[in-house]
Ligand binder design. Structure first.
Ligand SMILES: Nc1ncnc2c1ncn2[C@@H]1O[C@H](COP(=O)(O)OP(=O)(O)OP(=O)(O)O)[C@@H](O)[C@H]1O
Ligand SMILES: [Mg+2]
Length: 401
């Protein structure tokens, strides 16, 4: 698939932007801070309804404005879809598909797929478990948008259960009635949690070989990458390998049993101690964990392999024509040595559309510079397109404005 048109209003640095795009390689070039990432961030946001840089939408709205508008036209084989989002600070976003009546945000998920590589990806390997949980959940949700419901049910039930555990510490509430209310939340949390864990485990199975393959392609090295699910609900005495064969119903039971096991600690601490919000994805490189052991270069290669592996998983999940996600490489080449730049450049050329940001032309690997590509020069608040194939064959402008 590819994005063939992007319009922005009051998004980050852009008061107004109207940018035709095309399949193939487009490179956004310009000095630091001019707004290159802002453009690709808008495209990624339209795919995942979240930014790879910030947790809330407020920073995406141009300072001084009340709302931002992102309009994107997606081409998938012969099909065109227009996605339009109005991002409102502190209010629900308005979402329209093909200019029809507004729909719920989750309806727009799964129409555009992106995989973003960025310097922040190092945190996938080195950072807190939360980064790895979000990575797994976002990837699983992009492929199965129904998971949005389980994730939000889980978040809501977790808040309620934590509030109950906390209040029970301070109140002299009847133990019986407390237990009965807790049982209701246990049940709800286990139901949503089992769906989230089930999706993660299924994804990990598909992801591990692809990440390892990507690591081999990037490094030609002797080490292999392995991914393991660290499950807080599993009895510490149990065999972690057993998880692989668990159904969602088994995971539900597992969570209920875990609540019984940690009941006393939860009462003492007043928080939920088991569940997918406490789980992690353990990344091993060779015989050691990547976190805390891998060298800087190995950490980078592992992070890149996680993103490339995500792209391979997407492609295997939906091998139909035009289904491959848009690849976005935000400022990654500057961070890599020449060999890995070349390798990554060769690998990404399989995508139908590749969007790259770079501060200077020299950051681009030779393998990309030699190929035909469009250059978009970015200056504060605006862009100028050079070498555009669209100049030769103007895109159909009839569908927007
Ligand atoms: N909501 C906003 N309103 C106005 N300006 C913003 C907003 N959010 C970010 N900016 C500005 O956008 C600029 C950063 O843009 P962006 O991250 O796209 O830069 P970049 O071209 O990718 O730079 P680099 O090469 O350093 O990665 C900053 O100067 C920041 O102040
Ligand atoms: Mg940037």
């Amino acid at each position: 698939m590819f994005v063939d048109h992007l319009s922005l209003l009051d998004f980050r640095t852009y008061a107004s932007l109207d940018l035709p795009l095309d399949r193939g390689l487009t490179v956004f070039v310009g000095p630091n801070g001019v707004g290159k990432t802002n453009v690709v961030e808008a495209i990624d946001w339209a795919a995942n309804l979240s930014s790879h840089r910030v947790a809330s939408d407020t920073p995406l709205i141009k300072t001084g404005s009340e709302r931002a508008i992102v309009r994107i036209r997606v081409r998938r084989a012969t099909q065109r879809t227009i996605l339009e989002f109005e991002l409102n600070s502190g209010r629900t976003n308005r979402v329209q598909i093909n200019r029809a009546a507004p729909v719920r945000a989750r309806e727009a998920m799964g129409i555009l797929h992106t995989v973003v590589f960025s310097p922040e990806d190092l945190t996938l390997v080195k950072g807190d478990p939360g980064h790895r949980r979000k990575f797994l959940d976002d990837l699983a949700t992009a492929m199965r948008p129904v998971l949005v419901a389980a994730r939000s049910d889980y978040e809501r039930a977790l808040k309620q259960r934590n509030a109950l555990l906390k209040s029970a510490r301070h109140s002299r509430q009847n133990a019986e009635s407390h237990r009965a209310t807790l049982a209701v939340w246990n049940e709800q949390l286990a139901r949503a949690g089992a769906a989230v864990m089930g999706a993660r485990l299924q994804l990990l199975k598909a992801l591990e070989p692809e990440v390892d393959l990507a690591y081999q392609q990037l490094t030609d090295g002797p080490k292999h990458v392995a991914l393991h699910y660290e499950c807080s609900s599993l009895d510490p005495a149990a065999d972690p390998a057993a998880l692989e064969h668990f159904s969602v119903a088994d995971l539900y039971q597992l969570m209920l049993q875990a609540f019984d096991r940690v009941e006393r600690q939860e009462q003492e601490r007043g928080i939920t101690l088991v569940g997918p919000h406490r789980d992690d994805m353990m990344i091993s490189l060779g015989d050691t964990p990547a976190k805390g052991y891998a060298s800087h270069g190995e950490t980078w290669s592992t992070a890149l392999a996680l993103r490339l592996g995500s792209w391979y998983v997407h492609v295997a999940d939906d091998p139909n024509e035009g289904a491959a996600p848009v690849l976005i490489l935000d400022d990654v080449f500057a961070e890599l040595d020449a060999r890995r730049r070349q390798k990554l450049a060769q690998l990404v050329q399989r995508a139908e559309q590749v969007l790259v940001t770079a501060a200077v032309d020299e950051d681009l690997p030779q393998a990309l510079r030699e190929n035909p590509h469009r250059v978009v020069r970015v200056s504060p608040g605006q862009v100028g397109v050079e070498d555009s194939p669209a100049d030769e064959a103007p895109p159909d402008r009839g569908e927007h404005d």
